[in-house]
Ligand binder design. Structure first.
Ligand code: S3P
Length: 169
C-alpha cells in the first residue's frame, strides 16, 4: 500500500548533469547523513567505470547492475542516495526507491544540461547528435515528474539547490 513517503532517506533522481551527485553529497553533509552514489557503487563492485562497462558489457548489463545496487541496499536510515539518470526508468527500481526514500527530482532544461556538462567521456548517453539526446531527455520527463518534490535547478547553483531542498523538508 502506498502511504506517506518515508523521510528516513532521500533519493535524488533526474537527467544526467542536473547535479544529483554534487547536491547529494552536500545535502548529506548538511543533514549529517550518509551519502551513496549508485554509479559509484557499480564502479566499486565491478572495478569498471560506467563508460567502460557500457563499452565492454553493454547498457543492458549496466541496467542489471543498477537494479542489484538497489536490491542490496537493505535497511537504511539517514542516507542520501544519488541515482544515475536512467535508474528510475525501470519500474521495479522506482518501487525499491520509493519504499525507502523521499524522492526528489532535479530538473533542468536540456540547454542548461548541455551547457553544464563538461566531460562527456564518462557519459556514453550524452554522446551523439543533439536530436538523440533531446529525444532521451524528452522521453524521461514523465518518470522524472513522478517525485515527492521537484526542484528546478535552472537558476540555482549546488548550494542553492541544497537550500531549496532543506526548506521543503
Ligand atoms: C545514465 C546516467 C549516468 C550513468 C549512465 C547512464 C542515464 O548517471 O548512470 O551513464 O541513463 O541517464 P548520471 O545521471 O549521474 O550522469
Amino acid at each position: 500500500a502506498k502511504g506517506k513517503p518515508t523521510r528516513d532517506n532521500i533519493a535524488l533522481i533526474g537527467f544526467m548533469a542536473t547535479g544529483k551527485s554534487s547536491v547529494g553529497r552536500r545535502l548529506a553533509l548538511a543533514l549529517n547523513w550518509e551519502f551513496i552514489d549508485t554509479d559509484e557503487e557499480i564502479e566499486k563492485v565491478s572495478g569498471l567505470s560506467v563508460a567502460e562497462m557500457f563499452q565492454r558489457h553493454g547498457e543492458t548489463r549496466f541496467r542489471s547492475e543498477e537494479n542489484l545496487v538497489l536490491r542490496r541496499l537493505g535497511r537504511m536510515r539517514h542516507y542520501v542516495i544519488a541515482t544515475g539518470g536512467g535508474m528510475v526508468v525501470n519500474e521495479e527500481n522506482r518501487g525499491l526507491l520509493a519504499e525507502r526514500a523521499l524522492i526528489i527530482s532535479l530538473y533542468a532544461p536540456l540547454d542548461k544540461i548541455l551547457e553544464r556538462v563538461g566531460d562527456r567521456a564518462q557519459r556514453p548517453l550524452l554522446r551523439g547528435p543533439r536530436e538523440k539526446i533531446e529525444a532521451l531527455w524528452q522521453a524521461r520527463q514523465s518518470v522524472y515528474g513522478q517525485a515527492d518534490l521537484i526542484v528546478d535547478t535552472s537558476e540555482l547553483d549546488v548550494d542553492g539547490v541544497v537550500r531549496e531542498i532543506l526548506r521543503e523538508l
